[in-house]
Design a protein around this ligand. Structure first.
Ligand SMILES: *[C@@H]1O[C@H](CO)[C@@H](O)[C@H](O)[C@H]1NC(C)=O
Ligand SMILES: *[C@@H]1O[C@H](CO)[C@@H](O)[C@H](O)[C@H]1NC(C)=O
Ligand SMILES: *[C@@H]1O[C@H](CO)[C@@H](O)[C@H](O)[C@H]1NC(C)=O
Length: 503
């Protein structure tokens, strides 16, 4: 009896203290909601709107963390190393980055990201297979953080068990994280950029272990659709559309019901990533196609192909917001918002781009807040209007929106201006039931075999037509191409032979 009342009393006190603490923290604003900002150091080489470390200064009190993209893995020594000696060291990229803390915002955490899309997956897969090589890497990573004074390591291996990685990557990646966490302790942050795609996730991550070992995961909730697809879509849909049925997916050979932010977040939660470990990605760029004809400008219409490179990004099919916001002066520019994607798209007679702006970013952050996720991540600073070209005289309008919604004057605003958020319905009726994380990483449906991201050199069958096959090629250091090709005459594609033959 006495025990019980003592327990009640202490839990009452605890509740009171917790309440008090919460109020104090809120009033003092001591604990802002994390806003993790990436930047790509190669933007220093952009011929238009070159982005340098000094351009981060206006953003340095809007972000709580900034990730420097990227460092790389040495393919022979398996040690972490500087990516671009010329910029990172020669032009004092690292030193000037670290100096932002002293010069602009002492609370800022400054991290180094290792990897990225163009690093590929294979050398990481090789490194993790063996204890000695992992140890060597871990040692080099700790030395790297110490030498250059970063606050933590963000792992951006894209992706374990994919793009030439091995089936054993999933377990060996977990081992690597265990060893990194042990070596970094609590002195350094350890985070990872995580794929948004179900099939990739299944092959790559032991999610409960990630949940234990990482300070948080940066969910790359974008790149769902782009010029690598044969049909018009959106880079970062918040929800899927009701017309995106299994029949449509089969007809177009596309993922829709599991290629949207709602699905990705729910799937990670289901697999065991807790909400306080989820940082949700918000893109500051769009992905674009060249149209087949001016009339074929609707969602799900077939396209001619990936659009030309953005003038600023110099990357095929990729347009930063800083470029998109100046394109609406074209006389044939039409801009619309999609109620389900909660995002804008635009088309001309030749071109379609699905992108994000202040309104859609408000929706995405409102969604993130409605779920109680840990924070937001942005890709990336150099795509925001950091030069104030968009016409209203403000720098970093998109980042300012994210900041306002989380830590600024809109922090209590739960509104999505594009028709409001859609109440989440039970995943069993709205989205396909996710498979168990322990299941074999071998794709279970035929469609999963077609790698529409074109992330691995090779050939894949076309399940809609046995007389055709897909080829994915690396066509340069920054370019991959997916093409659908016909077999000659009556020949059919034989996946096991990787060639066309008579049936
Ligand atoms: C774009 O990138 C290519 C290399 O991929 C380079 O040769 C060219 O100069 C770049 N153009 C611009 C405008 O940055
Ligand atoms: C990898 O490390 C070795 C030994 O330090 C070095 O000689 C080589 O240039 C490095 N590779 C790359 C691509 O930097
Ligand atoms: C790591 O990879 C190697 C080589 O593929 C494999 O032999 C080993 O079993 C893997 N370890 C784990 C824990 O999966």
């Amino acid at each position: 009896m006495g025990k019980i009342s003592a327990f009640l009393l202490s839990s009452l006190c605890l509740a009171f203290i917790t309440q008090l603490d919460a109020n104090v923290i809120r009033d003092n604003d001591a604990e802002p909601i994390p806003i993790v900002c990436y930047f790509g150091a190669w933007a220093f080489y952009h011929e238009i709107d070159r982005f340098d470390i000094t351009d981060i200064k206006p953003a340095a009190h809007l972000c709580t963390h900034i990730n420097y993209g990227f460092a790389k893995l040495n393919e022979t020594t398996y040690e972490m190393q500087v990516f671009d000696e010329n910029y990172d060291i020669g032009k004092s990229g690292y030193d000037r980055f670290i100096a932002l803390k002293k010069e602009v915002n002492p609370k800022l955490k400054l991290m180094i990201s290792l990897g990225g899309w163009y690093e590929g997956s294979e050398k990481y897969s090789d490194m993790v297979t063996n204890t000695e090589m992992r140890q060597k890497f871990v040692k080099s990573a700790v030395a790297f953080l110490e030498k250059y004074k970063f606050d933590g390591l963000d792992l951006d291996w894209e992706y374990p068990g994919n793009r030439g990685g091995a089936v054993t990557d999933k377990d060996n990646y977990t081992k690597l994280l265990q060893e990194l966490r042990a070596a970094l302790g609590t002195k350094y942050l350890l985070t990872a950029a995580l794929s948004p795609g179900k099939a990739t996730i299944d092959a790559a991550y032991n999610v409960p272990e990630l949940n234990k070992l990482l300070d948080w995961g940066n969910l790359m909730t974008y790149d769902y659709h782009g010029g690598f697809d044969d049909y018009i879509g959106h880079n970062a849909p918040l929800y899927s559309r009701p017309d995106e049925t299994p029949e449509l997916e089969k007809k177009l050979g596309q993922h829709y019901r599991d290629f949207n932010i709602e699905y990705t977040v729910a799937y990670y939660e289901k697999l065991g990533l807790s909400k306080d470990k989820m940082i949700m990605g918000v893109p500051f760029y769009g992905r674009a196609w060249s149209l087949k004809t001016p009339e074929l400008h609707h969602l799900h219409d077939p396209v001619k192909g990936m659009s030309k490179p953005g003038k600023i990004s110099n990357e095929s099919g990729v347009f930063g917001y800083n470029e998109i916001c100046t394109m609406n002066k074209a006389s044939d520019w039409h801009e619309e918002e999609d109620y389900y994607y909660k995002a804008p798209y635009a088309y001309t007679n030749e071109f379609f781009v699905g992108f994000d702006n202040e309104r859609s970013i408000q929706c995405k952050v409102a969604y993130m807040k409605s779920l109680g996720l840990k924070g937001a991540m942005v890709w990336s600073l150099e795509f925001d209007d950091f030069k104030s070209h968009c016409g209203d005289g403000r720098q970093y309008p998109l980042l300012k929106k994210v900041h306002a919604m989380l830590n600024g004057d809109q922090r209590d605003d739960k509104d999505c201006p594009i028709g409001g958020l859609i109440p989440t319905v039970a995943p069993t009726t709205h989205t396909p039931a996710p498979t168990k994380p322990t299941e074999s990483p071998i794709p279970t449906t035929t469609q999963d075999l077609v790698d529409h991201y074109c992330s691995l050199d090779g050939f894949m069958p076309d399940f809609n037509d046995k007389h055709k096959f897909y080829q994915c090629e690396n066509i340069g250091p920054h370019q991959w191409r997916l093409t659908l090709q016909p077999c000659p005459g009556d020949e059919v594609w034989h996946q096991e032979l990787k060639r066309c033959e008579n049936d």
